[in-house]
Unconditional design. Structure first.
Length: 254
């Protein structure tokens, strides 16, 4: 009889614990996608932050780039309802930038602010950056994320793995093949994507293709605009022609 009572108490305790677990809000989480990047190549990484505070939502996100193993260049990609601001820092020694050109200044952090506060939302926040070349040494990169909520709460994701608020880690793998994609920054040997796809940020292509497409588009518009201006200056305006009215001969008998 006592054994049956003890079993019933254990079962009841497990049920209560399960109900409390389901009733509690989901634990916060910050992740990166993809979780790996090739050394010496460009990468496009999306940082995803979950919403876990009832009645509040994220209003500001700061991404702090690695300091000890810097990335050449980091740019925020366009995201609806979020406005980015970038801070830079001077490097102790130059590192490779786009097309292999050395740079001695790189992005220190990017801070996104929500443009429209709006009502509380449970949808995760997703912010994408294009970066490269990735460092050629090291096994991983650690990004610190500072998340600010509408109720004033600030959470700093900078702990080691296993901590309460771990930093976001991107693993470095392989090594890019120098000049494989037509730039000095490297890139894995692969078939070239269609020209139209390189112009779409959502196609998952290399950051170099995205930046190059924008640069080429800007140059093309500039050349076209200059040609139209020169053409308008060189082409004389048409001269208006005025007809002289003909005089009719009047007969003698008129």
């Amino acid at each position: 009889m006592f054994r049956y009572r003890r079993t019933a108490v254990v079962a009841l305790g497990a049920a209560v614990f399960g109900a409390l677990a389901l009733a509690s809000p989901a634990s916060a989480d910050v992740t990166a996608s993809p979780t790996e990047a090739t050394r010496g190549d460009g990468a496009k990484v999306t940082f995803r932050l979950t919403e876990d505070r009832p009645g509040a939502h994220t209003t500001k996100v700061q991404l702090i780039a690695p300091v000890d193993n810097p990335i050449g260049e980091i740019y925020p990609m366009s995201q609806d309802d979020w406005a980015p601001a970038t801070e830079t820092r001077t490097l102790d020694r130059a590192v490779a930038g786009l097309h292999g050109m050395p740079v001695d200044e790189t992005t220190a952090s990017i801070t996104w602010s929500r443009v429209e506060p709006g009502p509380a939302s449970t949808a995760p926040v997703e912010l994408t950056v294009s970066m490269g070349p990735m460092p050629t040494t090291g096994d991983s990169l650690s990004f610190t994320v500072v998340q600010t909520y509408s109720d004033g709460t600030v959470v700093r994701w900078a702990d080691p793995a296993g901590g309460a608020h771990p930093a976001v880690t991107v693993k470095l793998v392989g090594q890019a093949v120098p000049g494989a994609n037509g730039h000095h920054g490297g890139g894995q040997q692969q078939a070239a994507p269609p020209a139209a796809a390189a112009q779409t940020p959502a196609d998952g292509g290399s950051s170099y293709g995205i930046l190059a497409a924008g640069l080429l588009a800007g140059l093309g518009l500039g050349v076209l605009g200059g040609w139209l201006v020169l053409r308008s200056r060189r082409t004389p305006a048409p001269t208006a022609t005025v007809e002289t009215p003909r005089r009719e001969k009047v007969g003698a008998g008129a």
